[in-house]
Design a binder for this molecule. Sequence first.
Ligand SMILES: Cc1cc2nc3c(=O)[nH]c(=O)nc-3n(C[C@H](O)[C@H](O)[C@H](O)COP(=O)(O)OP(=O)(O)OC[C@H]3O[C@@H](n4cnc5c(N)ncnc54)[C@H](O)[C@@H]3O)c2cc1C
Length: 272
Amino acid sequence: MADKKVLIVYAHQSTGSFNAAAKDMAETVLTTQGCKVEVSDLYAMKFKASATAEDITGEVKDAEHFQYGEETMLAWKEGRLSADITEEHRKLSEAEVVIFQFPMYWFTVPAIMKGWMDRVLTLGFAYTSEKRYSQGIFKDKKAMLSFTTGSHESMFSANGINGDMNVTLWPLQNGILHYCGFQVLAPQIFWAPPHITSEARESMLEAWRTRLQGLLGEMPLTFTPSDSFDGGRGFQLKEDVQQKLAANEFGLSVGIHLGKPLRPNSQIKAGV
Ligand SMILES: Cc1cc2nc3c(=O)[nH]c(=O)nc-3n(C[C@H](O)[C@H](O)[C@H](O)COP(=O)(O)OP(=O)(O)OC[C@H]3O[C@@H](n4cnc5c(N)ncnc54)[C@H](O)[C@@H]3O)c2cc1C
């Protein structure tokens, strides 16, 4: 792990929070192992969440019909993105591992972190229509979600009131992280820290410490390679691939389920 650069993108308002403790633990353990750790503390930075024309300095190409993706790609190429985005681009370019640390809000990341994703994962810099998924721009980097919930684990199960956590994680892990090419490490889920004993919270943090010590040696989650899809047929799964999978018990992934049962825990554990 020595000399590896790690970026922690962190979203919590309070230094006394469980999220702060998880972030501090990651910073301490990874630094002790010789990593260079940078933290983007989004609330402390008052990070702007909304994707607007103000993210570009100078003239925009079409003010009347402003298209954020196209305009920011042009501004990125011309070095005219706002200073806050440019600084996050620097951190992200240097990082080999990115950890997103946050409390789950409405089944996803808090708005300030979604704003970081909207604004920092700029078209051209983070993805293009040719460079995405397994051919993605960040395919040599790893990323992971580390988050707390208010709900207990049983509530986010296939029989639980919130439904299967694997379904909840698919848009973030496939639609954002893997879309940009990241190898996605299994998420670190801290279940319901406000509703458990302090001993249980401490043991969750100790488990996180242990995991962090071997984090970079972990296998990523499995996603379907981009070349399994046929660009000439609207990026449908190739027919020969479909035929090979016909007898399989499970679908390929949460989203590409082929009308079959979901492979259990495919968004939570590597190698399933
Ligand atoms: C807008 C919004 C939307 C939400 N949506 C969802 C949702 O969709 N699904 C869901 O499940 N939940 C949801 N929640 C709940 C939210 O996810 C949890 O409240 C949050 O994840 C708890 O994490 P925290 O860091 O804020 O906990 P905190 O309340 O900060 O901490 C929990 C406890 O840990 C203690 N603690 C702090 N440091 C340590 C330490 N070092 N060692 C041991 N204990 C420590 C704290 O003192 C506290 O007692 C939502 C909440 C909001 C506000």
